[in-house]
Design a protein around this ligand. Structure first.
Ligand SMILES: Nc1ncnc2c1ncn2[C@@H]1O[C@H](COP(=O)(O)OP(=O)(O)OP(=O)(O)O)[C@@H](O)[C@H]1O
Length: 584
């Protein structure tokens, strides 16, 4: 059992609440001592008070026990209060560390690990650790009781004590051995449950596609297979956990039988008193209950260890993109962006860009065109340092982006990406996310520039209207315009539009493009688009193919070169003509 590792890990989060932990252990030991003393008191009650008919001593013992019982109740209630504070403090500490780590991890991590899996760490795994903390305190109490009972049993009769002790040692060691296997299997179970959570999450998000393409039978079939796989892992893991719980109980039955028989013979031969035998038996039965409770709690501890293993994997993740220790603040952009022989792949199978070199001057209106998957968005990902190049460098005014802080770079960029992400808060706050210090006036100006102001005023609560989960209460076009306002409100030196007008109707798009043309005069604009007609407004066009630039220049230059761009332009014109024919 990786108990030592678990305790060390847990200690990182317990450290700020060490005094509470010490109080809880002290409370556990006090309760254990009290329980054992009650059991032991029977010897004196029987041998010194009942048999010799000493009523004064009987009353004295009962009064003493009564006083201790009141203290026991008081300490118990206080301990319960401390335990709840302790548990939630430690659990929140773990949650906080995980959340902070998530904020710092790179996009590479989010591409590799599924959302469901990560959410599972925050829900199921945290719950397991919470249980292990609660049952861990019970385990301490029970271990204390077992220790006190064993000492008292030895003091009553060492031979009977020895028999009980040997049995007890076996009861404790046997589950530790099986516990190792149980921990590993429980870890696999947690993993499998994470996968199931992920499948459900993905299914909920993609319900429209599932329905449209009639994928229900396929998804149900796949889910049934996943459940079958879960069943196998579950049975193994749970059975090992139950075995850990069961074995000590079975062993103890035989220990108890031996003690009863030998003890009875010893009493018969006057080696021990009746009080000693009764007290010993009560201690033994109590010990049995302590061991039962101890072994019942162990699986929770094992599950907690497995959950902690998964959480520590998450916490040990190293961000692919990090600020260098001596990272500088990137000065305000004034001259050029340069990609110098940049090579970047998402993985060995997923190629990004290959030997990419280009220059974008301050004030340029640049458009990237190319077939789907050519690497256009990858350039944006590298420019914003969501990923760092494998080879080559990206320079802002001659400064390598890897030597600057990510924050100082991103502060200069306004990005409107293909997939608009809105937060479940008001329209105003969603726009303000672009620049947290923006005044209400600045938010409204950005909304006007993005041609969304008039629409916002028609909403029931205007700018204070909630947009719903992921902006679900707005249309795709409205969401895109709010995202554009969010990018504009930070008054960026570089505005990046990655298919930013793809969800708009032609009239709205024309309005926004006019706005973009206007604001492009004061800043650098980088546009990625499939609508090749947008390239007309650029002073420089880059044509991408298989992650590399195959041509660049103005619209007229590229048409003259008769390459991919000319073909794309021709195809687009043919498409438009066909649409016109269809409309007429
Ligand atoms: N997050 C990612 N993880 C792994 N591979 C990725 C990721 N994003 C893009 N890719 C891969 O990198 C290549 C380039 O993708 P990219 O999104 O840059 O193309 P694009 O030209 O913007 O395409 P589109 O016009 O369809 O948006 C593709 O093969 C794609 O599968």
């Amino acid at each position: 059992m990786n108990l030592i590792w678990f305790l060390k890990e847990l200690n990182k989060y317990i450290a700020p609440y060490q005094w509470l932990a010490i109080l809880l252990i002290a409370r556990g030991l006090f309760e254990a001592a009290f329980e054992s003393s009650i059991r032991m008191s029977l010897k004196f009650i029987i041998d010194a008070a009942i048999i010799p008919q000493n009523y004064r001593l009987l009353v004295l013992i009962i009064l003493l026990l009564g006083g201790a019982a009141i203290l026991f109740v008081f300490v118990g209630l206080l301990g319960d209060f401390w335990a709840t504070r302790f548990n939630i403090s430690v659990i929140n500490n773990i949650r906080h560390s995980m959340f902070v780590r998530l904020q710092n991890l790179s996009m590479e991590f989010f591409g590799r690990r599924s959302a469901g899996d990560i959410v599972n760490c925050f829900s199921a795994d945290i719950e397991k650790i919470e249980n292990s903390l609660a049952y861990g305190l019970i385990i301490i109490l029970e271990l204390g009781s077992i220790l006190f009972s064993a000492i008292l049993m030895f003091s009553l009769n060492w031979q009977l004590g020895l028999i009980s002790c040997i049995g007890l040692t076996f009861c404790t060691l046997a589950p530790a051995k099986i516990g190792q296997t149980a921990t590993e299997q429980t870890y696999q179970l947690r993993d499998k449950q994470g996968q199931i959570a992920n499948v459900v999450q993905e299914n909920i998000v993609s319900q429209a596609v599932v329905k449209m393409f009639g994928l229900q039978p396929r998804t149900i079939n796949n889910f049934s297979k996943d459940l079958q796989a879960l069943k196998k892992v579950y049975v193994k893991a749970k059975f090992s956990s139950y075995l850990v719980q069961r074995i000590p109980t079975l062993v103890f039955v035989f220990v108890q039988l031996a003690v009863i028989s030998i003890g009875a013979v010893m009493t018969y031969k006057n080696i021990i008193t009746v009080g000693t035998l009764v007290s010993f038996q009560v201690l033994l039965v109590g010990l049995n209950l302590n061991i039962l409770s101890f072994t019942f709690s162990l699986p929770y501890l094992i599950e907690g260890i497995a959950a902690m293993q998964r959480i520590s994997v998450l916490l040990a993740e190293v961000p692919q993109v990090q600020d260098a220790p001596d990272a500088i603040e990137l000065p305000h952009f004034y001259r050029e962006i340069r990609f110098d022989n940049v090579i970047f792949n998402y993985s060995s199978e997923r190629k990004g860009v290959n030997n990419l070199s280009l220059i974008i001057h301050q004030g340029d209106f640049v458009v990237f065109v190319g077939h789907s998957g050519a690497g256009k968005s990858t350039i944006v990902n590298l420019l914003t340092r969501l990923y760092d190049p494998d080879k080559g460098s990206i320079l802002f005014d001659g400064i390598d982006l890897r030597s600057c802080t990510q924050k100082s770079l991103r502060e200069q960029i306004g990005l409107v990406s293909q997939e608009v992400i809105l937060f479940n808060t008001s329209v105003r706050e969603n726009i303000r996310m672009g620049y947290l210090e923006a005044t209400d006036e600045e938010v409204e100006t950005a909304a006007k520039d993005a041609e969304i102001h008039d629409f916002i005023l028609t909403l029931p609560q205007g700018y204070d209207t909630p947009v719903g989960d992921r902006g679900g209460q707005l249309s795709g076009g409205q969401r895109q315009r709010i995202a554009l306002a969010r990018a504009l409100v930070r008054n960026p030196a570089i505005l990046i539009l990655d298919e930013a007008t793809s969800a708009l109707d032609l009239t709205t798009e024309a309005g926004i493009l006019a706005t973009i043309d206007r604001i492009a005069k004061e800043r650098t604009v980088i546009m990625i688009t499939h609508r090749i007609t947008h390239a007309l407004r650029a002073n420089k066009i880059f044509v991408l193919e298989n992650g590399t630039i195959v041509a660049s220049g103005s619209h007229a230059d590229l048409i003259e070169q008769k390459g991919i761009y000319a073909t794309l332009w021709q195809q687009s014109n043919q498409g438009n003509n066909q649409k016109e024919v269809a409309v007429s």
